[in-house]
Design a protein around this ligand. Structure first.
Ligand code: SAH
Length: 379
């Protein structure tokens, strides 16, 4: 028998309200009660939702369910970072990372099984691309992390990483979030809903390799912090590192970024810049970057390159990274160096690989000799 019950996990509030009205003849407050149970209390079984009438719970169970992802494995770093591999189907897995800091807890979530952007310095790219995650699979990562962190807190202060709490969510795990726009945007609405995870728009960050049309669309539809993987100050170099640049070059990308900030009354775009030894880390690169970003609502985040098996790149030496930052700061651009976290468990930026059955026939990058645009889905 096929199970056609709808998975409520990740349904934005308005959709959940119309679902309970149309399928169960229930008032909107029932949807609000459900959201509190699922997100605040982390309860997935209707039977345990004790302030809902018994008959309502029974009717609900006939048409709906709350399906959460399963954990395949968990790793913990010496620095408190935790990485979960979540089961997507028989063979595939995606990764989610929790990064505790004294003043915040950041959850880094994935948006796709693999990635089709083919950036030459990223481990996820090497896996290829299989599919987009559903809204439930995106929100499910936060649901699970909450449950795991709560379980830890309940185990008492001697438990490792006790008291962990998610204060920030970043879409910086596996995948290109703007290539899965139609599922990513509803998921972000749940993160910001006060009956969902109740995060302010500054605490939800979407990071993109530069899908320009979707940046314009996002500017109209969803107010979150924007991060952009820049990695090079000129098109020649960026074409090589981030192949989507051949379709949407730097000038076009930056125009979209400034539009985003204007439209949303935002503070600034965070530009990510991976520090690759001898490739993009010279003083002239820093000066060229400063010329691009000076006087703009921009911040630069320098990411020391994280190695992974098979990569041809190396991390810039610490002194090079510091000098690069200083040149930017001296030229009027705010630049900070991202502290590497969780690299002992391959949980650092660009190290998430999961388990992906590649379904791409053409890749963006030179390694596969193609510049065809990826199959990008716009919601
Ligand atoms: N596809 C999105 C989301 C991934 S975010 C994007 O490109 O923005 C992950 C960040 O880590 C991106 O800035 C990415 O460029 C960077 N990154 C990828 N591989 C890396 C590596 N090996 N070392 C350090 N940073 C890396």
């Amino acid at each position: 028998m096929t199970d056609d019950r709808i998975n409520l996990l990740g349904l934005p509030r308005a959709d959940l309200e119309s679902f309970v009205a149309s399928r169960l003849g229930a008032k909107p407050f029932r949807a609000r009660q459900l959201m509190k149970w699922v997100y605040r209390r982390g309860v997935a079984e209707f039977a345990a939702m004790t302030d809902l009438a018994k008959e309502f719970r029974a009717a609900l169970a006939g048409v709906a369910k709350v399906v959460v992802p399963q954990i395949v494995s968990e790793q913990r770093s010496a620095d408190g970072t935790r990485k979960w591999m979540l089961r997507m189907d028989e063979v595939q897995g995606i990764e989610t990372v929790y990064i505790p800091e004294p003043d915040r807890g950041t959850l880094c979530i994935s948006s796709q099984v693999g990635c089709a952007m083919d950036c030459s310095f990223c481990a996820t790219a090497q896996q290829g691309f299989n599919r987009n995650l559903s809204v439930a699979e995106i929100v499910g990562q936060v649901w699970l992390a909450h449950r795991e962190l709560d379980a830890c807190a309940a185990a008492g202060p001697t438990a490792p990483a006790a008291g962990g709490r998610i204060t920030n969510i970043v879409l910086m795990g596996m995948g290109e979030p703007l290539a899965n726009y139609r599922n990513v945007v509803p998921a972000m609405r749940v993160f910001m809903d006060d009956l969902g995870y109740d995060l302010s728009r500054r605490r939800v960050t979407l990071s993109t390799s530069g899908l320009v049309p979707q940046i314009y669309k996002l500017a109209e539809e969803c107010n979150v912090a924007l991060a952009v993987s820049l990695h090079a100050p000129n098109d020649e170099l960026r074409n090589e590192l981030v192949p989507i640049n051949r379709i949407h070059p730097i000038a076009e990308l930056l125009t979209a970024c400034w539009h985003y900030i204007d439209k949303q009354n935002g503070r600034s775009v965070t530009f990510e810049y991976v520090m690759l030894d001898g490739i993009n880390d010279k003083p002239e690169h820093a000066r060229a970057l400063a010329r691009l970003l000076r006087g703009r609502p921009a911040k630069l985040n320098l990411i020391p390159f994280n190695v992974f098996p098979g990569t041809r790149y190396r991390r810039s030496p610490p002194a090079t990274i510091v000098r690069f930052r200083d040149i930017l700061n001296d030229n009027g651009v705010i630049a900070t160096i991202r502290r590497t976290r969780g690299d002992d468990i391959d949980a650092a930026c660009g190290q998430l690989a999961g388990k992906v059955t590649d379904r791409t026939l053409v890749r963006l990058g030179t390694r596969h000799g193609s510049v065809a645009p990826p199959s990008v889905e716009v919601g």
